[in-house]
Write a protein that binds this ligand. Structure first.
Ligand code: SP5
Ligand code: ZN
Length: 342
């Protein structure tokens, strides 16, 4: 399977996030991609290529213009007023506040477009996220042109980012951008499956009212797990999209039997949807040793996941999401991809 990767991810390098009232080192760091790349190459899974530049148009199909403009300019605006440290929001509009007027104040803008304080913006964040979108788009193009599968190896991740907001270490929703590219290429029905430990709230928000892209997410129960405010089983879509969103929240600590029951249910839905293509939000923070998550998948389970997805027989784009056990992230991702290749 071909892999698309850009070293520009390295420019996104936050130092700290706020956790329990403390600044702690970022979990989402450049080494993550290095380990995945090394493992992919060591396993000899396929060629690694630079992404092609697909321009902004396919990204604007998912994200709002004012949000993209904000991401593109925010670091330079910060630097122009003498800022050097990572940008973190400190204030947010909640119920009853205006969100139609973009404030002039930079930190207020951060709050308007974000939902947590754990996702620092640094000098290279926009460039890294943009390169990630092009990795996903190039992987999608390879699959649209006949490849059985392709892998977008990029960071920061994407599935928490919505049409006009960032959070959960995510800025551009690469998986959603790839799914939209399948639709724009003529696919009537696409399936997007999110196996990251955390609910893909951004992807759900993007496709919630649509029936062409079936979104499903298997994740830690939001009553106790990040992102807390979305991802319950009764969220099934709205309007035309009613019946095309499926969440499988599992209690933190759930065993692998339970996890694979959810995967089986999700796979049945993908078949019932009549999907012509599959996009996988591939987070491996479901790993037993992940520092911020509480599921128990290990190498055999990651292989089994890959094999089960292959059995769907669909053109498939894998997009890297979370996974914070840095030393093991490469082997875990490669186990899924190798399981898929059979
Ligand atoms: C893409 C992705 O996986 N994003 C996850 C964002 C999670 N951010 C919140 C981290 C909270 C850390 N909780 C640690 C609990 C165990 N000590
Ligand atoms: Zn995650």
């Amino acid at each position: 399977m071909r892999c698309f990767h850009s070293p520009l991810h390295r420019g996104h390098a936050g130092t700290h996030e706020i956790y329990r009232g403390e600044l702690v080192p970022c979990f989402e760091k450049p080494e993550r991609a290095d380990f995945v790349l090394q493992a992919f190459q060591r396993a000899g899974l396929g060629e690694v290529s630079a992404p092609e530049d697909h321009g902004l148009a396919p990204i604007e199909r998912i994200h709002a213009p004012r949000y993209l403009a904000f991401l593109a300019r925010v670091w330079d605006a910060w630097a122009a007023q003498g800022g050097t440290r990572d940008l973190l929001p400190a204030v947010w509009p909640t119920r009853g506040f205006r969100d139609d007027i973009e404030p002039d104040n930079l930190v207020a803008q951060l709050g308007l477009y974000s939902f947590d304080s754990g996702s620092p913006i640094t000098a290279g964040t926009w460039t890294a996220a943009l390169a990630g979108a092009h990795c996903a788009l190039t992987a999608q193009a390879a699959v649209a042109q006949g490849a059985r599968a392709a892998f977008s190896l990029a960071r920061p991740p994407g599935h928490h980012a919505g049409t006009d907001f960032y959070g959960g270490y995510c800025f551009l929703n690469h998986a959603a951008i790839a799914a939209q590219a399948f639709v724009d290429g003529g696919a009537a029905r696409v399936a997007l499956l999110d196996v990251d430990y955390h609910h893909g709230n951004g992807t759900q928000q993007i496709f919630y009212q649509r029936s062409d892209v079936l979104f499903q997410s298997i994740h830690g129960d939001p009553r106790t797990e990040y992102p807390f405010y979305l991802g319950h089983a009764d969220e099934t879509g709205a309007g035309t999209g009613l019946g095309f969103n499926a969440n499988y929240p599992l209690p933190a600590g759930s065993d692998n039997t339970r996890w694979f029951e959810a995967l089986e249910a999700a796979c049945r839905r993908i078949v019932a949807h009549g999907a012509e293509a599959l996009v996988v939000s591939l987070g491996v923070d479901t790993f037993e040793g992940d520092p911020i998550s509480r599921f128990h998948l290990r190498t055999p389970e990651f292989k089994r996941l890959g094999a089960r997805l292959a059995a769907l027989g669909l053109p498939t784009v894998f997009v890297l999401e979370g996974g914070y056990a840095v030393a093991e992230i490469g082997d875990n991702v490669v186990s899924v991809l190798a399981g898929f290749e059979g």
